[in-house]
Each structure stands twice: as structure tokens, then as C-alpha cells.
Design a protein around this ligand. Structure first.
Ligand SMILES: *[C@@H]1O[C@H](CO)[C@@H](O)[C@H](O)[C@H]1NC(C)=O
Ligand SMILES: *[C@@H]1O[C@H](CO)[C@@H](O)[C@H](O)[C@H]1NC(C)=O
Ligand SMILES: *[C@@H]1O[C@H](CO)[C@@H](O)[C@H](O)[C@H]1NC(C)=O
Length: 526
């Protein structure tokens, strides 16, 4: 009987955790999402982190106007970091851990793992990747446009020369394969050979934004070559003469080239944000910038970056490899202009950004009901009840509020505006159209029911037969089955007749430890 009750009443809600992530955002229509990823950027090499060798005005402005993510953790290497970012999974769960993927290596994201752009695309986003992929190029199905991106301009492997866009891979001490790696979807972009990579990607990204229908949500990911080393293990300066002049105070030539790459990267961020504003998209955009891992300080691909004062570098699990630069700006963020000190991991972006699309955590699957739906009706409308005016003064003068005020522990004190605003927000459910027009006799959920809690929090409309929701239904059913496998048998029992207080001087006692209980005595004389 009890097992049956449990079986009949099972609920799954998709991605509760991501739903919580989204709570810091005001929700309008799904926002445009622009994610900019730098390659092998040292966590010290941005001026908002206190670094004074160059100024990175655009990234600083993004962080100071938005949020500086001070404990943003990534994986220590390119391929694992990008796998984590695009799948929301730890690389160890999908075989993408370890060494970066080599050109000519047959490795790819598992086909049953959904990528962020795939999910966003299903939800109506246009999805674009400009720049590096590095998650498998052996067959077409492994590449960006078969993994969720509508469009890709860039390279499939780990890096390319800044101008010649070639990548060599050593096969033996004396043999190395070398090839051109700059594509527009599947087409080799020979026409762009010789163009400085950062400028090329910026141009393509600006084209994407220019051509975007601004009423359709856009997911644009820009994965720069900068500040990774290029073809010969060197970062290449854009205009070395100008670079030499600009950084005449920097002795080391490699460091000069690295700074030049960072400067062009920062400029690119400036152009992207400027373009979003020109197209009137910024007001509904989320712009994220991050480094994929720390700078490489030693070894073949050392780029002259700095992770100061942290220990370690790319490949290392000391902080210098994994605690990296990241900032977020969005006018939709309710709280801005601060340094966020809590831990964020690169896998967190997947559920966070997906929930911003307004769709995760949204659906609820019910499987049956209990007692034929006896408990599934609506509470009656309170309109017939006599109501009074909301007494703001009573809240302000309440002992709780007074005590909190007196403790001076809250930075903000309540006032009428704040109370009215918060109350309106927390009672918003009442205003939902579907809640205001509830059916008299709602359908009892005898078998499966699917509700869209986002637009129908009052569960008035069962969407289980809506064909466009078939995929969500099957995902939730699978999840429910997973829960079933984890269910321990219910331990509920019937009332034990020996527990009757009549036996224990009219009290509830620990009847199985009967000897410690006061027993009822017939005709007792206490
Ligand atoms: C830049 O400076 C380096 C020396 O630090 C020099 O070798 C190089 O030729 C200079 N490049 C140009 C284009 O002036
Ligand atoms: C739904 O409930 C029925 C009846 O208890 C059960 O057989 C079925 O496995 C449940 N479905 C899922 C997805 O758990
Ligand atoms: C038994 O219950 C009576 C009240 O009905 C109470 O006065 C009495 O103290 C109780 N006896 C003991 C031993 O607790």
C-alpha cells in the first residue's frame, strides 16, 4: 500500500540547480550570450588584477561595471577546459581529460553528450563559434557545426600561426606534419591566409553581430588564439615596429609580443561590446570573458605570460594553472560592480547560461497522483474575504525589524520603497494569466502530466501530449527512472496496538522500552 502510494506520486523537475543560478538575473526574453575565451592568458596580465605593465581598459571596464570573478577555476589545459565549458561535465566523465588533443588525433566529444550550443539551438538561439575548436576534427560529425553551432569560422586544432594559420604536429624526432587550419564551416578559408588572427576573428564576430536578427537570441562564442604561442612556439606581434615602440620599456622581446597579443585581445573585446550597443543588443546581453587555463611559463609553448603571484602554470594543478581571469558584464545582473569571491568552476557556465535561456528548471513531470487527486485542487479565491490595507509601518516597527536595525548588521535598512518592491516581486505569482484564469475542475493527473512552470506555475495545463515537448518528456522520464533505482524501501508501518496510551497512565511512552514507562494500574492509588 505505502509503496504503491510512493510509486503513484513521483515528481521530477529538470535542473533545479540551474534554476537557482538564474535567480540573480532579471528575466526578459532570452538574452544574447557572448562568451569570449582567451588562450593561455596569464591571470596576472590584466590591469584590473593590479598589473601595471599594460592597461587592459576594456576588460577592466567590463569587470568593474559587472562582476570580477575572483575564484574562477578552469581545467589546467585547453581541451579539458573547453570540453568542460561546452558540456558542463567534468572531462574525466567523458574521456576528455589529459593531454591537449593533437592535430591528427582521433578523439572527440561523446556523441550522447549534449553541448551548450545544441541545447540553446533547440531553444531558438542562433549559435556561432568564431575561433578555436580543439575538441576533435577527425570526421565531420566531430566538428563545431555538427556539435551545435550553426556557423563556425576558425581552426579545428589547438593553435595556428598568427598569420600563416598553419599548425605542425611532430610525428618523430625528424618528421612533422604541417597543414593549414582556417575554415569557414567545412571550407578552407585560403582567402584569409596572412591575416592577423585576432583581427580576423574580431572581424568575423562583428559580422555575425551585424547580421543577427536582434529579436532572435544569439549565442556567440569567440575563442581567440591570443595569447597562445603560434606556429614556431612564439607569439607573433601584429606590427613589430609599432610594438617595439609601444613597449620600449619592456626588455624581453617575447614579453613585448605577448603584451601586444593581450592588447589586441582587449581591443577586440572593446569592439564586440561597442557593436552590441550599436545594434541595440547590449541591453539584453550577457558578456562573459575568461581564460581557458593559466599562461605557460616553461616548455615548448611558453608564451611569456605571468600567473604572478600564484604558483604553477598551464598543465599544473597549482593555482596558477587553474585559477584564472574571468569577468562578466550584463545590464541584466541585479547586483553589479563587485568582486565575487566565491568559487566558480568552468562547468558551472553550462547550467547557468542554459538557465538564462529561460528554459531549464522549467518543466515538471508528474507520474500519477494519490487518492485519485483528492489533494490536487486549488485553494479558493480569497476575494470573498474581507481584506485590509497592507500596513508598511507595522513591518518597519516590528520587533524583528527593530532588532535588525539596532544590530546594524544589514548594510541596507528597510524603507517603504524597498518593502513595496520586494512584496510585489514575491507576490508576482498572483498576476500570472494562467493563475488568474484557472479551470473550475482541473484535470486530475492519472498518468503522466507535464507542466511548464515558467508560464504556468499554477499547473493548469497538461502538456504531455504536446509533440514539441516529446524530448523533454523523455529526458524527465529517464531521470525519474534513475531516481527509482535509488529508492530504498519505505519503512512505514501500521500503528502498533501496544503503543496505546491507555496502557501507560494516559501518556505516549516508549512502548518498546516498556519497563521505563509508567503503567496504568486499575484502581491505582497514586
Ligand atoms: C624589435 O626589437 C627587437 C629587439 O628587441 C629587434 O630584434 C627587432 O628587429 C625589432 N623589430 C622591428 C620590426 O623593429
Ligand atoms: C510511472 O508510474 C508507473 C506506475 O506506477 C510505473 O510503472 C512507471 O515506471 C512510472 N514511470 C516512470 C518513468 O517512472
Ligand atoms: C498518572 O496520571 C495522573 C493524571 O491522570 C497523574 O496525576 C499521576 O501523577 C500519574 N502517575 C505517575 C506515576 O506519573
Amino acid at each position: 500500500m505505502n509503496i504503491e502510494v510512493l510509486r503513484a506520486f513521483s515528481v521530477v523537475i529538470l535542473c533545479i540547480s540551474s534554476y537557482i543560478y538564474a535567480q540573480g538575473m532579471k528575466q526578459n526574453s532570452p538574452p544574447h550570450i557572448v562568451m569570449i575565451v582567451a588562450d593561455d592568458l596569464g591571470s596576472n596580465d590584466l590591469s584590473y588584477r593590479g598589473f601595471n605593465q599594460i592597461t587592459t581598459p576594456n576588460l577592466d571596464a567590463m569587470g568593474f561595471n559587472g562582476i570580477i570573478l575572483n575564484r574562477h577555476y578552469t581545467e589546467a589545459i585547453c581541451t579539458p577546459s573547453r570540453a568542460a565549458l561546452l558540456t558542463g561535465q567534468y572531462p574525466i566523465r567523458i574521456g576528455m581529460q589529459g593531454e591537449p588533443l593533437k592535430a591528427g588525433e582521433d578523439r572527440h566529444l561523446p556523441s550522447d553528450v549534449q553541448t551548450l550550443p545544441q541545447l540553446l539551438k533547440e531553444r531558438g538561439y542562433d549559435t556561432y563559434l568564431v575561433g578555436k575548436w580543439h575538441l576533435g576534427p577527425a570526421r565531420r560529425d566531430d566538428t563545431p557545426t555538427r556539435k551545435g553551432f550553426d556557423y563556425h569560422y576558425g581552426y579545428w586544432n589547438g593553435y595556428v600561426g598568427y598569420f600563416d594559420h598553419e599548425i605542425p604536429v611532430p610525428i618523430s624526432p625528424s618528421i612533422s606534419y604541417n597543414g593549414y587550419d582556417m575554415k569557414e564551416n567545412f571550407k578552407d578559408a585560403w582567402i584569409d591566409k596572412g591575416k592577423y588572427a585576432t583581427h580576423l576573428f574580431t572581424e568575423k564576430a562583428l559580422d555575425v553581430i551585424d547580421q543577427q536578427n536582434i529579436d532572435t537570441p544569439m549565442f556567440l562564442m569567440i575563442t581567440h588564439l591570443a595569447a597562445h604561442t603560434g606556429k614556431d612556439g612564439l607569439v607573433e606581434g601584429y606590427d613589430e615596429q609599432e610594438m617595439n615602440n609601444t613597449y620600449s620599456y619592456v626588455e624581453d622581446l617575447q614579453r613585448r609580443r605577448y603584451l601586444d597579443a593581450v592588447r589586441h585581445l582587449d581591443d577586440s573585446v572593446g569592439k564586440i561590446v561597442e557593436k552590441l550597443q550599436q545594434r541595440n543588443m547590449l541591453q539584453n546581453s550577457v558578456v562573459v570573458f575568461m581564460a581557458d587555463n593559466g599562461a605557460q611559463i616553461n616548455g615548448r609553448f611558453k608564451n611569456a605570460g605571468s600567473n604572478f603571484p600564484l604558483r604553477g602554470e598551464k598543465f599544473s594543478h597549482h593555482e596558477g594553472g587553474i585559477r584564472n581571469a574571468a569577468v562578466i558584464y550584463s545590464p541584466l545582473l541585479e547586483k553589479r560592480n563587485y568582486v565575487h569571491d566565491e568559487l566558480i568552476h568552468i562547468t558551472d557556465w553550462f547550467p547557468t547560461l542554459y538557465s538564462l535561456a529561460g528554459y531549464a528548471g522549467r518543466y515538471k513531470l508528474l507520474n500519477g497522483t494519490i487518492q485519485s487527486g483528492f489533494f490536487d485542487t486549488f485553494s479558493p479565491e480569497p476575494t470573498s474575504l474581507k481584506q485590509m490595507d497592507y500596513d508598511v509601518a507595522a513591518i518597519l516597527n516590528s520587533p524583528v525589524n527593530k532588532a535588525i536595525e539596532e544590530s546594524k548588521s544589514n548594510p541596507v535598512m528597510l524603507d517603504e520603497t524597498l518593502i513595496t518592491g520586494l512584496r510585489k516581486y514575491s507576490s508576482a505569482l498572483r498576476q500570472f494569466p494562467k493563475c488568474m484564469n484557472k479551470p473550475e475542475n482541473p484535470e486530475i493527473c492519472k498518468k503522466y502530466c507535464l507542466f511548464d512552470l515558467w508560464i504556468d506555475p499554477c499547473e493548469t495545463e497538461n502538456l504531455i501530449n504536446d509533440r514539441s515537448k516529446a524530448k523533454i518528456v523523455s529526458t524527465l522520464k529517464t531521470r525519474l527512472q534513475t531516481f527509482w533505482r535509488q529508492v530504498s524501501p519505505q519503512t512505514n508501518k501500521n500503528v502498533d496496538v501496544n503503543s496505546n496510551p491507555a496502557k501507560y497512565n494516559g501518556t505516549w511512552c516508549t512502548w518498546l522500552d516498556d519497563e521505563l514507562c509508567v503503567k496504568t494500574r486499575i484502581n491505582a492509588d497514586y
